[in-house]
Design a protein around this ligand. Structure first.
Ligand code: FAD
Length: 534
């Protein structure tokens, strides 16, 4: 017997869970949020590593649902740092009195659908269970830390930190020898800060990333003043954009190879000077579909690496060559490449000298032992499906989601999965999610789910579930877009390639935020074809 009954159970109290709760309350549904952490924030609660900040401009990477909130909140920098984003989400929780419906320090272990009562029962690690007709996951695409399986890791005598679970009190690396494993976004953000503090920093790299400059600066008050006079229009432009960001140099309506060299260089310099990833993600008509076109853009960025990194051998090691640019989210940097010009920083190429083992004194590669007092694991996430699969989710007939998805996720619109009635996934696999400004995509999912729940209530219906054939078509559509792009030429976390044993399946809808919204809106306006409702 479940302890408590609600209309909806929401798992996770990050951007997704907080807005979902607020939205459902406003519509008269009772909802309970369950959150493993001891406060709100999600990504911004856990990822407290030095240098953590957003890669989408703050006034774009924020909620649009409340006009007073967006008018009153002031961002201090173009790209807010983690403490400020966390403060923002804490403010949202207070402003809308959300915490009273959130159970903190409670991890969901299982969610089982009961066909007789048409309800989900959610059980947790505190022993409490909850029941509701609707279960909504706001688990995050990047919330299951990927701890590397390196022999000897547990034998390390010094401190071990994970970027995704950073201590709240911070870490002082002064006078220490620090080893960072991984060169993804978290390492790119944290290494400049760690290098400035530590005695020595050794960075272990498997695959270099394409890194573009943030060009961060304190908020331009004049610009934000103007923006706030028409924030609504700006938000609408975000929703109607490719990636969910409106302040960006538009896509050049030309094929890359048709542009004369001087014109091309001038334009790319402009994108570089403006900073941010959005201007590089789909810069030209064919930059994401033609490898030669893509190569020209990649070569521009490689030239910048050569300019910034003094030692040519180190510059070469930092230069990505094996995969097309923008086939995974670009990293945004504040002083990353310059870090390698410091005397106390060393880059180790794991392709040439792989890690054999971790010993009490440090990291031993096939070449030698790199001594360390502290180890930082910046090894990414079991992305997209990791947090869903860690919960024992069972749908119709006791079928396990984890087993059904053993060869990759199956969803309709990235929102629901056949066989799992009334289970909704905010930014689920096969939706735009990590290929977009996620707050825009989160709001769109929350609004769509809420509209559907109202539709069910008005029809007196108790259940909704995607039709298997609609789900199949959606999966095929996601694959068609994938195969038209350069993504198949890259081994990325979008494909699960960073997690040993994970099936190589593409999990992001890359048709763009606008196109995706149109599809979802059309489904809603037509009375939800593709879904069985009863
Ligand atoms: P999350 O913020 O991940 O929250 C999920 C919550 O669910 C967590 O609090 C977690 O504790 C909880 N949870 C998970 N499993 C369980 C369980 N079994 N039981 C109970 N609770 C559970 N996106 C952008 O668009 N722009 C950016 O600049 C950007 N920067 C990022 C920087 C970092 C370091 C990371 C890791 C991600 C970044 N992202 C960015 C992606 C980011 O995750 C999303 O933008 C957004 O914060 C996701 O919100 P969410 O609420 O969906 O998920």
């Amino acid at each position: 017997m479940a302890d408590r009954e609600f209309d909806a159970i929401i798992i996770g109290a990050g951007f997704s869970g907080l807005y979902m709760l607020h939205k459902l309350r406003g519509l008269g549904f009772s909802a309970q949020v369950i959150e493993a952490a001891d406060d709100v924030g999600g990504t911004w609660y856990w990822n407290r590593y030095p240098g953590a900040r957003c890669d989408i401009e703050s006034f774009e990477y924020s909620y649009s649902f409340d006009e007073d909130l967006q008018q009153e909140w002031e961002w201090s920098e173009r790209y807010a740092a983690q403490p400020e984003i966390l403060r923002y989400l804490q403010h949202v929780a207070e402003r809308f009195d959300l915490r009273r419906d959130i159970e903190f320090e409670t991890r969901v272990l299982a969610a089982h659908w009961d066909e007789g009562s048409a309800r989900w029962t959610v059980t947790t690690d505190t022993g409490k269970s909850y029941t509701a007709p609707y279960c909504i996951t706001g688990l995050g695409c990047l919330s299951s830390f990927n701890r590397p399986d390196i022999p000897g890791l547990d034998s390390f005598a010094g401190e071990v930190y994970s970027t995704g679970q950073w201590p709240h009190q911070g870490v002082d690396f002064t006078g220490k020898k620090v080893a960072v494993i991984g060169t993804g976004s978290s390492a790119i953000q944290s290494t400049p800060v760690i290098a400035a503090e530590a005695d020595r920093l050794t960075i272990f790299q498997r695959t270099p990333n394409y890194v573009v400059p943030a060009q961060n600066h304190p908020t331009d008050r004049e610009f934000v003043g103007q923006l706030k006079q028409s924030y609504g229009e700006f938000r609408e432009a975000q929703r109607r954009s490719l990636l969910g960001a409106a302040r960006v140099l538009p896509q050049t309506p030309k094929t890359v190879l048709s542009i004369p060299e001087d014109e091309f260089q001038a334009e790319m310099e402009q994108r570089w000077a403006m900073g941010g990833l959005v201007g590089f993600m789909a810069s030209h008509l064919d930059s994401g579909t033609d490898r030669d076109a893509n190569e020209r853009i990649a070569e521009f960025v490689r030239g910048k690496i050569r300019e910034k990194v003094a030692d040519p051998d180190t510059a070469e090691l930092l230069t990505p060559r094996s995969y097309p640019i923008a086939t995974k989210r670009l990293c945004v940097d504040i002083g990353y490449y310059e870090t390698f010009n410091r005397d106390n920083v060393e880059l180790v190429d794991l392709n040439a000298t792989p890690i054999d083992t971790i010993e009490p004194q440090g990291v031993r590669t096939s070449d030698k032992l790199y001594e360390a007092d502290a180890l930082v694991l910046a090894t990414g996430f079991d992305a997209m499906t990791g947090s869903l699969n860690r919960i024992d989710i069972r749908g119709r007939g006791g079928e396990k989601l984890r087993e059904k998805w053993a060869e990759g996720p199956h969803t309709h619109l990235g929102l629901m999965s056949a066989g799992f009635p009334n289970l909704f996934m905010i930014t689920g696999p096969q939706s735009p999610s990590v290929g977009s400004n996620m707050v825009v995509s989160i709001e769109q999912h929350v609004d769509w789910i809420a509209d559907l729940l109202v539709h069910l209530r008005e029809r007196g219906a108790g259940q909704v579930e995607p039709l298997p054939e609609s789900q199949k078509e959606w999966g095929e559509h996601v694959d068609v877009l994938f195969n038209m792009s350069l993504h198949p030429q890259a081994n990325t976390w979008y494909l699960g390639a960073n997690v040993p044993g994970k099936p190589r399946v593409f999990t992001v809808y890359i048709g763009g935020v606008h196109a995706y919204r149109n599809v979802c809106d059309e489904v809603a306006e037509s009375g939800y074809p593709g879904f069985a409702i009863d």
